[in-house]
Design a protein around this ligand. Structure first.
Ligand SMILES: Cc1ncc(COP(=O)(O)O)c(C=O)c1O
Length: 415
């Protein structure tokens, strides 16, 4: 997202970094038959990419920021897209194949049988889907509750569409603080306003996976205050091995909720635009009011790619999740050895690491120091809202060698 770009101070004097060696493919593979997708591309190959992650900063900067993964794509996705291109199947999207593939994935992966294809709508991407859902359930200048620190575009898109943000910060344990949430709900609906709660599940940047009990409590509280829940579940497939994701719409009392899901984060398909909006039974009438023109935005080839990922991309996903879990442990180990003043609590989902750097004494924006002095690009915590100052977000979806180099650069920035 351009909203994440904080390409500050790029004119600073360069200290040429030592060359980074990328001896890929030498680790054992945890998932039989599928290579770890994080180890298949060398840094030289990655630097040929033209996307935001690779083109925002000069080539001496190691990019560990925006949520793109350094993976080669799942073979079923490549095959489906290649066949579509060979056939010239590049028109407008039609049908419900994407929703059916998601329903099948949800059944197998999360044991959730309640994804009703007739209560889904295709939208261009998750953020534009959120905007459309908020338009359905709130009006001009109505409040939208969020849990900072949270994905910066939550603030930007909501404010751009003339709604107001009300913050209910996460607790120090990175979990929903129900006292703060209730205060925010009470404030939001004061004066009879319509209000929405934009829930990030799993949570970006902390990787918190909300439990069934927490989500049930959210539904109850939202019901009590008449607040409409819109759940951004884009990171849902990215839970660590052994961790269960609970779809918001599957919990008791969540029937008036709306959710956004997409294969784009988990299979690295952000450039192939498509996502799905899902409605609980009592939100079906709201979703039915979605203007038809919204379905003009998603890409047909994007929907083909997402469908293939959800239908046939599970072995690749499992290999990725094993690799990400190794990377979480590697990062924790490297930080403990080289930057022990940084606090890192590995999350249970996403490929993002939220690092508390306040004890380093680098001020509110340590990402700027790491960029200027270490030539490593991390996300500044500041745009994540309350709780973001003094923090950085590091993208773990890369090879272990690149993570090692990233930590080496961060440590060098402090010398
Ligand atoms: C929580 C969350 N929502 C939405 C998005 C963006 O999704 P999309 O590109 O489908 O709008 C991201 C991207 O990182 C994200 O982390």
């Amino acid at each position: 997202m351009s909203a994440e770009s904080t390409a500050k101070g790029m004119s600073s004097p360069l200290r040429p970094p030592p060359p980074i060696l990328c001896p890929m493919n030498r680790n054992p593979q945890a998932t039989p038959g599928v290579p770890n997708p994080l180890r298949t591309l060398s840094l030289d190959r990655l630097r040929c990419r033209t996307s935001m992650k690779w083109r925002t900063y000069p080539s001496d900067v190691l990019p560990l920021w925006v949520a793109e993964m350094d993976v080669s794509l799942a073979e079923p996705v490549v095959r489906a897209v290649t066949e579509a291109l060979a056939l010239g199947d590049t028109g407008y999207p039609a049908g419900t194949a994407y929703a059916e593939a998601l329903a099948g994935f949800a059944r197998k992966r999360w044991g959730w049988d309640g994804l009703a294809v007739e209560r889904t709508a295709i939208v261009p991407d998750v953020m534009l889907g959120i905007v459309e859902m908020l338009k359905l359930v709130t009006g001009h200048e109505d409040p939208v509750v969020v849990n900072p620190p949270v994905y910066p575009p939550f603030f930007q898109f909501v404010e751009h569409m003339d709604r107001r943000i009300v913050e209910a910060p996460l607790g120090a344990d990175h979990r929903i603080d129900f006292g703060a949430l209730e205060t925010a709900f009470r404030q939001a609906v004061a004066g009879g306003r319509k209000a929405a709660y934009l829930l990030c599940s799993p949570h970006n940047p902390t990787g918190t996976v909300h439990t069934a009990d927490e989500l049930t409590a959210v539904a109850a509280l939202a019901g009590r205050y008449g607040v409409r829940v819109v759940a951004d579940e884009i990171h849902a497939p990215l839970t660590a091995p052994g961790v269960d994701f609970v779809p918001y719409l599957s919990v008791p009392g969540a029937g008036s909720g709306l959710s956004l899901m997409s294969a784009s984060k988990a299979w690295n398909l952000a450039g192939l635009k498509a996502a799905l909006a899902l409605a609980g039974p009592e939100a079906a009438a709201d979703l039915a009011r979605l203007p038809e023109e919204v379905s003009h935005g998603p890409s047909h080839v994007g929907a083909i790619a997402h469908t293939a990922a959800l239908r046939d991309g599970t072995p690749w996903l499992d290999a990725l999740l094993d690799g990400l879990d190794d990377n979480r442990r590697l990062l924790a180990d490297l930080l403990a050895r080289h930057l022990p003043a940084i606090t890192y609590r590995p999350g249970e989902a996403t490929y993002l690491a939220w690092l508390d750097c306040r004890a380093l004494g680098l001020g509110d924006d340590p990402a700027d120091v790491f960029l200027q002095r270490g030539r490593v690009a991390l996300n500044s915590g500041l745009p994540f809202g309350t709780g973001g100052a003094g923090h950085v977000r590091l993208n773990l979806a890369t090879s272990p060698e690149v993570i090692e180099e990233g930590v080496r650069r961060m440590a060098a920035a402090l010398r």
